[in-house]
Design a protein around this ligand. Structure first.
Ligand code: DGL
Length: 258
């Protein structure tokens, strides 16, 4: 069974892509809502949180883990692979393939949380794979709380996006990776600011598309469970707003403590 792990609600962007392509796929989702955001936390803290979360998913029957969170994929993927004898799918390696295929001039922008951008993981992997690629990385931390507050089509949000994207516009990138679970909800505004010529890429989509053949081999009995470490009501409401999906959400604050 697939385990989906995120720091909170953001991993619902992976669920959204699964809904489109393999709607009955069985999975168990854990969102660490008590301890999010992860994007401002240190490496050691993220290692500890990620290890506990994966351990929980294993107890729920997960045999392969999709790390929906860009911050965890950036910081803790190797750590988790060493700790657990399981397959891990991440959001970075698939989008790197997509970006290199789609970028004509190999001028690629990346926006993500402070921790993801500080790790320089995108620069490292993209330039290892193509030494002609030039990568421009910018952290855009304010966008996470704005999306969580539902400030999607607001002029305030647009102004903040414009501020963050300015250096990428000046750099004339032709491809932009939205390297944070929450940013795909702002695609429309980002597109209109960057212009139609810039390709906007969603790592949650790439995770599902690049691993589609494998994911289709997993059970599809519509057995989908959601767990959070705090405030299941808020998670349920967000899930309905973002995906129009209703489901039970269980609180495991007794197991994963803040
Ligand atoms: N899920 C995180 C990511 O994709 C964003 C939210 C957080 O900072 O925890 O990087």
């Amino acid at each position: 069974m697939l385990g989906i792990f995120d720091s909170g609600v953001g991993g619902l962007t992976v669920v959204k892509e699964l809904q489109k392509r393999i709607p009955n796929l069985d999975f168990v989702y854990f969102g660490d809502t008590a301890r999010s955001p992860y994007g401002t936390k240190s490496q050691d803290t993220i290692f500890r949180y990620a290890e506990e979360s994966v351990q929980f998913l294993i107890t729920q029957g997960a045999t392969v883990i999709a790390i929906a969170c860009n911050t965890v994929s950036a910081i803790a993927l190797d750590y988790l692979r060493k700790k657990f004898k399981l397959s891990f799918l991440d959001v970075i390696n698939p989008i790197v393939n997509t970006a290199l295929k789609s970028s004509q001039h190999k001028k690629i922008g990346v926006i993500g949380t402070s921790t993801t951008i500080r790790s320089k993981i995108y620069n490292t992997i993209l330039t290892q794979r193509d030494s002609h690629a030039t990568i421009f990385e910018i952290s855009a931390p304010l966008l996470v709380p704005l999306v969580e507050e539902g400030f999607i089509n607001r002029s305030e949000t647009r102004r903040i996006i414009k501020y963050y994207l300015r250096p990428l516009k000046l750099a004339h990138i032709d491809t932009l990776i939205l390297a944070c679970t929450h940013y795909p909800f702002l695609t429309k505004a980002i597109h209109s600011i960057m212009g139609k010529q810039v390709k906007i890429l969603n790592p949650s989509e790439s995770l599902v598309v690049e691993n589609l053949a494998f994911l289709k081999t997993l059970d599809q009995n519509n057995d989908q469970k959601f767990y959070v470490s705090d405030d299941p009501d808020k998670f349920r409401k967000t899930m309905f707003q973002w995906l129009r999906k209703s489901a039970q959400v269980q609180n495991i604050s007794a197991i994963i403590k803040n």
